[in-house]
Structure formats: C-alpha cells, structure tokens
Write a protein that binds this ligand. Sequence first.
Ligand SMILES: *Cc1c(COP(=O)(O)O)cnc(C)c1O
Length: 365
Amino acid sequence: MQPKQRILNVPPYKPGKPIDEVKRELGLTEVIKLASNENPFGCSEQAKEAIRAQLDTLAIYPDGGSMQLRWELADFLGVKADQLIFGNGSDEVVQMITRAYLGEGTSTVMATPTFPQYKSNATIDGAEVIEVPLKDGVHDLDAMAAAIKADTRVVWVCNPNNPSGTINTEAELVAFLGKVSKDVMVVLDEAYYEYVVDAAYPQTVPMLAQYPNLIILRTFSKIYGLAALRVGYGVASEDMISTLNRVREPFNTSTLAQAAARASLADQEFVVRCRDLNRQGLKQVTDKFDEWGLSYYPSQANFVLVNVGIDSDEAFSKMLKQGIITRSGNALGFPGYLRITIGNEAQNDQMLQALANTVGVASNK
Ligand SMILES: *Cc1c(COP(=O)(O)O)cnc(C)c1O
C-alpha cells in the first residue's frame, strides 16, 4: 500500500525509554527515568481523589466541551470561557493548529532545535518548514521574524525552549510581536510556564487583548504531574478558538482527565511546592556541573541540557547501565549533550554519581 509521500519524511517519535524495558534489558532492579520531563513528585492527592470519584461514570462519554474545567480555568486565567480549547495533551492542540492553518502552499517558521511536534505535524499537513537556528540556545526572534514569507501562516515559539530550557524575555517577545503581521499566527508553547522563576519571562495571557494572532499552549502534563491522562490547552481569541474547534475531535479529553485537571488546578499549593523543589534540584545539579567544569544552558524548566564532553549516545548508554535514563543530545540536535530531567533530591544524587562515572570526574561522594 502507498501512503502519502510526505509522511515518509516524518520520523516516528522516539519516546524516552520506559523503566520496565530498561530493567528487563539490563537486569537492573532500580531504574530512574529522567528522560521525559515528568514530575518526580507525582500529582496532587486531590487529583487522585477526583479520579476515584468518577469511577462509576466510565460507561458515559465525556463532556466534549469540558465545560466545568473550562469555566474554572477561564476564571483562574482571567479569560472568557470561549477563549479556551482543550486537547489530549497540548500535543493535540499543536495538531489542531497545523490541521486548521497549514497545508500545501503554506509555510511555517520555527526554531531549531526545538520541540519536534511542530515540524512533524506541519510536514504531515504538507507545509514548508522554515527552521531558524537557536542563538546561544535561545530563539533568535529577530531572525525568525525576518524568515517569515508571504505564505507563512504560523510561527512557533517554545518558551522555555525544549530541549535547551532557556527563555525569551518579555522585551524580546514584545519586539518580535511588533514585527509580525497580525495575519500570521504566533504559537507560544509554554509547557513549562509554571516552573519559570525569572522575572523577565513574559506574562502572555494579558497580551492576548492586543495580539489577536497569538495562541498560548499550556499543559497539565508537566508541573501538574498528569502526563498519563493527556490534557493540555490553548488560550487565544474567541475567533481563533472557534476555528480550531472545527478540527477538534468531539470527545478528545476524557472524563478522568477533566476531573483530575480541575482538582489539580484547585491545588496551587502543590504547584508552588513543585516549583520550589525543582529550583532546589536544579541548583543541586548545576552546582556539581560547575564544580566539574561541565557547561550547560541556563534552565527555567525542569530539565537541563548539559555538555558531557563525550559522544551523547555513549554517555546515554553509560548512564543507562547505571540505571539512569536520560535523553541523548544526538536525537535532540545537541550532539555532545544529555538532556536530564530534574528529579527529587535522592534521584539527583544518584544521577550525579552516575554522571561522575560517565564523564570521569570525582563525585566527592
Ligand atoms: C511536554 C511538552 C509538550 C506537550 O505535552 P502534552 O503532554 O502533550 O501536553 C508540549 N510542548 C513542549 C515544549 C513540551 O516539552
């Protein structure tokens, strides 16, 4: 059978290695996964309660409009309910955007390296992908504005950027938005929004009033710790949301995901605790990198991209044999680097011990 030709250009997504597979392959009993930027502290207890409370409703289709979650999140963000769209993860909102706005005869501008889903979805939908290299690990917004062509429909800004963890400042973003035509959609992927502590980071929801071409993507998968349930969202003008709703699957978020997201949203103490613990963990890890002379990108997220000074795949395998799953920079466009998720204190200690063995420094432990 013959698939659409352009699908053959799309590499299948390579996920972080699952813990059980690594245990089986290497005969290890303890394995720590620091590969997919999941929350090492789990999720809010209230989210688990909320799921248990739904167990007798499983025969019924979910509320396709996610109405209760919609009202509560609109209230939380200070936007109108019709300015929100929910997805089976924010990945699905990325897909809705390319489906609705990109096709043959259009182009889309993004950074490289960045989150791979923009490129794969745009390619599947037949758009030309224009990639603008990062500058010092940060989106080069001037070059991205300059790369926009007459047929460009969508520009992607991942902030903080995955895999570098770096941010663009409010000043940079505002200057960029001033240069982009209001006919070009600007996607701000803020999957790690809740982790950011840098005061120069833009608060983008209030910008929506001034920039109707903006859409902000956030997720319950990262700091809220609900990655398994698949729920994320977009915030934009009512017009843009109504367009995206045309391509949304009717029951794209589950009852359990909606219930858990509502309970998680109500438990902001959990979010604050995780943000604080993540900053402590980042310091724990980068203090050692500094001590060992390993360079890394300054991260505002829950992961760090570190230069290990040897081949990434070799470093990945050496870490794996010691029970630590990381991400090889080779797959991320950063050869010589590993992307490592910040774990809890004990996990970070074990990761650092393994890294010391891997790069050949004394760990002082
Ligand atoms: C994890 C991540 C997402 C998507 O997460 P979902 O689980 O699909 O909500 C989106 N963008 C970036 C940059 C991410 O790292």
